[in-house]
Design a protein around this ligand. Structure first.
Ligand code: SF4
Length: 202
């Protein structure tokens, strides 16, 4: 049976695994790892290697984009100080989806989407609007999936544990890494405060 083609933009292995598992019987998939937003080379290599491993596990073809963090820096330079979820993230989505659309044209396919919608931290309206805009520019179709529906996010966590995948604790760029470190520090401070409170009230 000839299945329709669908190019999947991949941000990380855990999101990829659940989406590929869900769609592979309905589409001929190709995974495209495109993440110039990750500024740390070791982190980038870890995520790309895991993503390639997931594609092999499900017997799906896989391409990795050239790694060029300077592209990301240029795209967000004038909005670098905006918080997560704001204009910085919209520019970041546009950069990655624009490159995915361009790759889709290169391989002669017409449908693409991203696995990023599985994350509860990503604004689905922004993703759909930006994906659709990139598709129109190239004469392609962006499929407006929301993979977090039907417990997609929870299932991706369970599946990544089952496949023993690396799960990062920040989105990808240097700012999200710094924000995650601040959150971790606050959690630790709160824990030590709780411990001392219990001691006082005994
Ligand atoms: S927080 Fe994530 S989506 Fe937003 S700019 Fe950073 S890497 Fe991109």
């Amino acid at each position: 049976m000839n299945l329709p083609h669908l190019l999947l933009h991949i941000c990380c292995a855990p999101d990829e695994a659940w989406v590929v598992k869900t769609l592979k019987d309905n589409y001929q998939l190709h995974c495209f790892f495109c993440n110039p937003n990750i500024d740390d080379r070791d982190e980038y290599l870890l995520r790309s290697n895991e993503a390639a491993m997931v594609a092999r596990h499900y017997d799906v073809s896989f391409t990795e984009d050239d790694y060029n963090p300077e592209l990301w820096e240029e795209s967000v330079a004038d909005v670098i100080d905006t918080p997560e979820g704001g204009e910085r993230c919209r520019r970041c989505f546009r950069l990655r989806l624009e490159r995915t659309a361009s790759f889709c044209t290169t391989i002669g396919w017409t449908n693409f989407t991203t696995v990023m919608s599985i994350s509860p931290h990503k604004n689905i309206r922004d993703l759909n609007e930006i994906g659709t805009g990139c598709a129109q520019k190239h004469g392609l179709n962006y499929l407006c999936y929301d993979f977090k529906k039907k417990d997609g996010f929870k299932n991706s966590i369970l599946l990544s544990k089952e496949l023993n995948l690396y799960r990062q604790d920040y989105c990808g760029c240097r700012l999200s890494k710094a924000e995650s470190e601040i959150r971790k520090k606050r959690r630790l401070e709160n824990q030590s405060f709780d411990t001392s409170s219990r001691y006082i009230f005994r």
